[in-house]
Structure formats: structure tokens, C-alpha cells
Write a protein that binds this ligand. Structure first.
Ligand SMILES: [Fe+2]
Ligand SMILES: [Fe+2]
Length: 281
């Protein structure tokens, strides 16, 4: 997205409204800290299957890529003198969310790394070393419309929430289960923000955002899918622990699309049909 252009953007008032609603919801969510989230001494990787151990390593890599995700939002919504004052105002409102979101995702990364070390999966230094290469991998979202950054994250947050819930259901170690409960609740709140923003885009920009949203779904890749060495082999390996399928999130996107406007037009109907057709069976 050209960082200087405000074309197609949500108004600052609408963005600020979504951010305020996010914080209102977050105020009611139970806050948690890695240090006190669980009794770490009880963590035991020997209670996990091979697939579950691999799944823990996988989600640690994905969560630990936080600096890369955060950069995408600061690069595409700059909060400095490179943009017009009007765009700065919008981006600054969004940044209140982005920085909080980043802090929560970084907590997920720390919690999972701590779990690996505490459970005996790897020692602390080895956990850090294993995260260097995927952490340095470049993750790109080649979008040209602002709504795409929110539609993408909407799917990704919901897909992650669903995956954590499925993994929790089979996790052999209760400590891992407790962590996954906390993580999935956070992802659910993140999804809510993204859904709120996408809804506002649909209400204010109508049909203009339909093609951009369609493009997100047509080209959807999970984070790092194209840059992480062995990603697909890994994804396959963890599939027997729990199904990681981003199209599980599509029914939730369809709900957002259906509820956004009172009288959905023909083109919105076509987009909904398209999203539904992309779901795996
Ligand atoms: Fe997360
Ligand atoms: Fe999240």
C-alpha cells in the first residue's frame, strides 16, 4: 500500500471507535502474565504425543514472529512525518490498538517458549536458537487496499483461535491446556476487533471493498507459509495432533459479511458465495 495515500481508508472517527470498543472489551478480559499463568513446575512434555510436541514448536515459531507482523502494520500505517496530517491522525488512532495487540501476541510467544523450556521439550537456550531463522524470515502481505490488512488478520486470528481450541482438547499436558485456553481467548478478542473494523469498512465504503476482500481470500496464505523452510511438511505433521485449516475461519467471515449491512446487494452476495466455496470440506 502506498503509505502516503489515504484513499479508501476508514475515517479516523470510525477507527478510533473500533479501538475504543477493543479496549472496553479488554478491560473485562482477565489479564494474565506468563510468570503467574500456570504452575510451570508441573509442565511435562513427556505427556504429549510426537504430533503435539511438534505442534507446540510450530505455534511458538508462528507467535514468535511478532516483530515481523508488527512491522507490517507500522510500515503500512506509518506514525511519523512521512504521511499527511490526516493520515497520521488515522494511523495514530490505529496504533493504540496495534501496540497493545503486539504486546499480547508477544506474551503468547513468551508463554510458549517458557512452556518448551519448563516442560523439557528443549532447554531455554535451544528454544531461542531455534527461533532465530524463522524470526528473520520475511513475511509479506502485498496488499494495496487498507481493508485487506484487517480482513487478513480477521481470518488469521479466528483460524488460530480454532486451532488452539482443538489442540487444547487433545493436549496430554494440562499445563499446555491452560496456556491454550488463555491464548485462544486472546485470539477471540483480536478477531472481534478485526471483524469490527471490516464491518465499518463495509458500512462506509460498500461495494468498493468487496474486490479487495475477495483478493485476500483468493490468495490466502498462513503467516510464514511461503518463507519458512519445511512449512508444509510441518503443517502436515501437526495435522494429526489437531487440524490447522484457515478455511475453518471462513464461516465467521461470512457472518461478518452478512451482518455488516442491512440490505446486502448482489455483489456482496457473490462475495459470500465465493468465500463459502473456498472452505475445505
Ligand atoms: Fe497469538
Ligand atoms: Fe492474536
Amino acid at each position: 500500500m502506498p503509505p502516503r495515500a489515504a484513499a479508501g481508508l476508514l475515517s479516523t472517527g470510525d477507527m478510533a471507535g473500533a479501538v475504543t470498543r477493543y479496549f472496553a472489551g479488554a478491560a473485562h478480559a482477565r489479564p494474565w502474565h506468563v510468570e503467574t499463568a500456570t504452575d510451570w513446575a508441573r509442565a511435562d512434555a513427556n505427556r504429549l504425543t510426537e504430533g503435539q510436541r511438534s505442534a507446540v514448536e510450530f505455534i511458538t515459531v508462528i507467535e514468535d514472529h511478532l516483530p515481523g507482523y508488527f512491522a507490517l502494520y507500522t510500515e503500512n500505517f506509518p506514525v511519523d512525518g512521512s504521511v499527511d496530517p490526516e493520515l497520521y491522525e488515522h494511523n495514530r488512532a490505529l496504533y493504540h490498538f496495534t501496540v497493545r495487540w503486539a504486546a499480547e501476541e508477544d506474551t503468547h510467544a513468551r508463554a510458549l517458549a517458557r512452556y518448551q523450556a519448563a516442560s523439557g521439550l528443549r532447554d531455554e537456550a535451544a528454544v531461542r536458537t531455534a527461533l532465530i531463522e524463522p524470526g528473520q524470515a520475511r513475511f509479506e502481505l502485498p496488499f494495496d487496499h487498507p481493508v485487506q490488512f484487517f480482513a487478513y488478520a480477521l481470518v488469521q486470528e479466528k483460524a488460530t483461535q480454532i486451532y488452539y481450541q482443538q489442540l487444547r482438547a487433545v493436549a496430554g499436558d494440562p499445563v499446555l491446556g491452560e496456556l491454550l485456553t488463555r491464548l485462544s481467548r486472546d485470539e477471540a478478542r483480536h478477531f472481534t476487533f478485526m471483524a469490527d473494523v471490516v464491518t465499518a469498512y463495509l458500512r462506509t465504503h460498500g461495494d468498493d471493498v468487496l474486490d479487495p476482500i475477495r483478493a485476500v481470500i483468493a490468495e490466502f496464505r498462513m503467516p510464514l507459509a511461503d518463507t519458512l523452510r519445511g512449512y508444509w511438511r510441518w503443517a502436515l505433521k501437526i495435522a494429526d495432533a489437531a487440524r490447522y485449516d484457515h478455511t475453518d475461519a471462513y464461516e465467521h467471515l461470512v457472518k461478518v459479511l452478512n451482518r455488516a449491512v442491512d440490505a446486502p446487494g448482489e455483489r456482496l452476495g457473490e462475495l459470500i458465495t465465493f468465500v463459502e466455496s473456498c472452505r475445505s470440506i
